[in-house]
Design a protein around this ligand. Structure first.
Ligand SMILES: [Zn+2]
Length: 77
């Protein structure tokens, strides 16, 4: 039983966890089970075996939303 779903690009099951990304820091890839294929370098969701693009967009929008809300709460005095 492999640890992660096979790569959507080449079907390789040898994937490693991505520890840090420019879009999500350390938290984003942890939340999205972001892994990288050792065979072709494709990064995808290790739980579903699909691209993480939608998750990345939702995550980024959520982070921006939180920053705006916190800015309104703490910045508007
Ligand atoms: Zn691959």
């Amino acid at each position: 039983m492999p640890e992660y779903a096979p790569c959507p690009n080449c079907d390789c099951e040898d994937a490693t966890r991505v520890g840090w990304t420019w879009w999500g820091g350390a938290l984003g890839p942890a939340l999205l089970t972001h892994v990288k294929c050792e065979e072709c370098g494709t990064q995808y969701n290790g739980k579903t075996g699909k691209s993480n693009t939608t998750g990345i967009v939702i995550y980024t929008v959520a982070i921006i939303g939180v920053v705006i809300v916190l800015g309104a709460i703490f910045g508007g005095q």
